[in-house]
Design a protein around this ligand. Structure first.
Ligand code: HEM
Length: 407
């Protein structure tokens, strides 16, 4: 393996030590993006062949650029990462995406992801601070012109302004909260953080918390109704612990092991974030025998890890919460909340909220599919469009029936 290069060395232009074809392409992309875009898009494979023989001997670079549609980031516009890349990942353990502004790979294997988190502490996010559109991703130097002309920047600014106004309003509402008994996150932070820091924190929490949590709840409910055996077993557990209580809290759910397994199984199959936030490689590392050079973005596919047949053995696609019984789940067996030092800080909060909400929703209510449909026929297809997060394709409509009442 080559000596490890630091990010600084690479950025300072000391590229002699690490300039196989891969890195050279990145430099070319910055200079003549449009031309290289075409070359990479139609003849990526040829670039591998044309690389410097000496450099090829030094590094193992099997990250084959693939033909359309595998790996063209500009095509993500109407398709989420997971559904776009899934077919390619069934064939390759590692795939190279092209032509983004920097080389990007997507390893899909548990071993690969865990190897990165365990052995490369300097492996971290180093992402573009400014939100960029797809044109900037493809043409880093000129993309902004197209984004301005197409109205993308104006629309983005408008959304950011209304988001900012919402957070400003929430902070303002907390200015005089001295008489409020129950303090929330803003109350707790306002004495120690500046307004700007509070806004940054709230933005982070909102971005990370809201959509992921509600998508997870929708998936749990949908999977339970579609699988009546699991739903009835769960309701039996919840009702055996609830006694006469009408509202359950964390002290009640702490004892509900099947409930915890139901939530884990839902996140394994339908974790709302099938790809983790991309990492930027700052050192030359090896993953699965492949050389990953500094400057490479790495997208880890959490969903593929959670369905790895080597780990989950048979029936990986079946909704079967019992698979978690008597099993110690290694932190890299499934990663719906990411991993390493940038994993989801809301993990504990999210799981406790899900447990309490699901326990209450299924304690007092029996849920049915609508319009006389059999529960088993409920559609649980994923939406393949639109976002990094994966929602249910169709809205979830269910009929609530009060427990013990006549349907
Ligand atoms: C079921 C609910 C949730 C799921 C599935 C989820 C999943 C994730 C994932 C996969 C990541 C990326 C981790 C990585 O790349 O290693 C992440 C990041 C993050 N999550 Fe969550 N999350 C959930 C709920 C929450 C909640 C409730 C909060 C806050 C209260 C939160 C706050 C964040 C923040 C701030 C980050 C960014 C961390 C960083 O960049 O260092 N999340 N989440």
């Amino acid at each position: 393996m080559m000596a490890v290069e630091t990010d600084a060395e690479v950025e300072n232009g000391n590229k002699d030590k690490v300039t196989p074809w891969f890195f050279e392409e990145m430099i070319k992309v910055e200079l003549v993006e449009e031309i290289v875009f075409v070359v990479l898009a139609v003849g990526g494979e040829a670039n591998v062949e044309e690389g410097d023989e000496e450099e090829k001997k030094k590094t193992e670079m099997p990250l084959k650029p693939k033909g359309d549609p595998n790996g063209h980031l500009h095509s993500f516009k109407s398709c989420n990462y997971y559904h776009f890349l899934h077919p390619a990942m069934e064939e390759e353990v590692i795939i190279w995406l092209q032509p983004p502004s920097r080389p990007t790979i997507a390893p899909d294997h548990r071993e690969l992801a865990s190897n990165q988190w365990k052995t490369t502490p300097s492996y971290h996010h180093k992402h573009v601070p400014k939100i960029r559109g797809s044109f900037s991703e493809i043409f880093p130097s000129y993309g902004w012109i197209l984004e301005d002309l197409s109205g993308w920047t104006r629309r983005l600014d408008k959304h950011i302004a209304s988001y900012d106004a919402l957070i400003e309003m929430m902070i303002d509402e907390h200015i005089d909260h001295s008489n409020v008994d129950e303090k929330d996150l803003i109350d707790v932070c306002k004495s120690s953080l500046t307004r700007k820091e509070m806004k940054a924190l709230m933005t982070n929490v909102f971005n990370g918390a809201v959509e992921t949590s509600y998508l997870a709840l929708v998936w749990v409910m949908a999977m339970l109704v579609k699988n009546p055996r699991v739903m009835h077993k769960l309701q039996a557990e919840i009702r055996s612990h609830s006694g006469k209580k009408s509202t359950l809290d964390e002290t009640d759910t702490a004892k509900m092991t099947y409930l915890k397994n139901v939530i884990k199984e839902t996140l394994r199959l339908h974790g709302p974030a099938p790809f983790l936030i991309s990492r930027h490689c700052v050192e030359h590392i090896q993953i699965g025998g492949y050389d990953i050079l500094p400057g490479t973005n790495v997208l880890i596919c959490s969903r593929e890890i959670a369905k790895d047949p080597m780990v989950w053995t048979e029936n990986v696609n079946e909704f079967y919460p019992e698979r978690f019984e008597n099993r110690v789940v290694d932190q890299f067996d499934m990663t719906p909340f990411g991993g390493g030092r940038r994993s989801c800080p809301g993990f504990n909060l999210a799981t406790s909220i899900l447990e309490v909400v699901v326990a209450n929703l299924f304690n007092n209510i029996d849920w049915k599919a609508p319009n006389g449909m059999r529960n088993e026929d409920l559609d649980v297809e994923e939406n393949e469009e639109g976002s990094l997060l994966v929602a249910k394709k169709t809205p979830l409509y269910l009929v609530p029936v009060k427990h013990n009442s006549q349907a």
